[in-house]
Design a protein around this ligand. Sequence first.
Ligand SMILES: C[S@@+](CC[C@H](N)C(=O)[O-])C[C@H]1O[C@@H](n2cnc3c(N)ncnc32)[C@H](O)[C@@H]1O
Length: 430
Amino acid sequence: MKKTEKTPEGAVSRALFIQATQALGAVLAFEFPADAVLSRYFRDNRELGHRDRGFIAETVYAVLRRLRWLRRLAGDKATPRELLLAWFARGEGWPMRNFEGLASATERDWVAGVKAAELGEASLAERADLPDWLAERLMNGFDEAGVLALAQGLNRAAPLDLRANVLKIERDALLARLREDRIGAEPGALSPQAVRLSGKPALQKHPLFLDGSFEVQDEGSQLLGLLVQPKRGELVVDFCAGAGGKTLQLGAMMRSTGRLYAFDVSEKRLAKLKPRMARAGLSNVHPVLIAHENDAKLKRMAGKADRVLVDAPCSGLGTLRRNPDLKWRQSPAAVDEMVAKQGAILAAAARLVRPGGRLVYATCSLLAEENDAVVDAFLEAHPQFRPVSAEGVLEKQGVSLETGERLRLLPHRHDTDGFFAAVMERVANA
Ligand SMILES: C[S@@+](CC[C@H](N)C(=O)[O-])C[C@H]1O[C@@H](n2cnc3c(N)ncnc32)[C@H](O)[C@@H]1O
């Protein structure tokens, strides 16, 4: 978009402000995920340049992160425009002169009021910028200070992590090649396959992406793949493979040998996996669409798999850094439904594990009911499975992380998305 007006330094044009207001309005309908709504908005408004899109996306995400606070400042019924004005006044600390080209005199009086507003005492949920139900449920796993620290961690933007495809390139070689291209990159602090970028460069056309040398994958998610620890020649099942984030990692760790079944109930997601497998150079992956977790297709594999990963469908609350709208779109009823589904999927997937084989249950949730409670109930009902220490499994692969028996990754502690995982083994003679 061309700047047609003169704007004070640091301010934006009236036209761009209107675009941001429209995009925010579409996102705040909460009918679809924010990233999908924004992609659509940008497709429909092709005149927007790279920088303007960046501004709109960052602004919309900032408002989503602090929505509760902004509504306290601007009023419960604040319009998208008022929310944006309040964000720039208080979140960005714009001086009044920045609003001159954007807002009417009446609106500027309102902005001055917002700037001066002092909020009264706030509840924990208000301070954490979370809905009440979510703050309450988090209190099952954290104390008040813990919830606040977690919420702050979740309100920061996530870094961009890559996973070196060990079938094609070692992590150090990938780092060197990226740096040659002046892409700021450091080895990940936790996963031996991870590279953390310092910025957010567009990489879809990078030759190392096109030739499958790397994939984008959060470092925490990479640790879940490491917990599966698949070996060459094994029979491995990725029960909820989706578009294959972890399938690709597992396939590379198996050096494209053995058999890796990628199950999912979503045809659309599995379809996305196929070109990724080809790019990654994997010939051991078999995507299989299943109707549900008890699909008859699974019967012939009962008791045969060396490793089974259940990357369960979950509330996704551990990914709030990337999807801040989720906290406003999720509901307690949806979480309860998810918990029942998680138990059913875990029990069905467990039937595939051979005696002596391993089962990994993982989520990107932070809620005890989707994590420990599901695993506790499973172990109680399945005495043929015993827990294995996640810390020990990771240590054997060179990852030193004091996590104890179950893996718990938290944005404010580990600078990854929030993840939970438990490793279990089917006892040899069961
Ligand atoms: C957390 S996502 C998986 C993400 C994927 N593993 C990755 O690393 O990119 C959960 C997946 O479970 C799938 N799913 C939902 N219900 C299922 C079921 N009953 N059996 C198998 N997969 C299911 C969803 O379609 C979704 O793709």
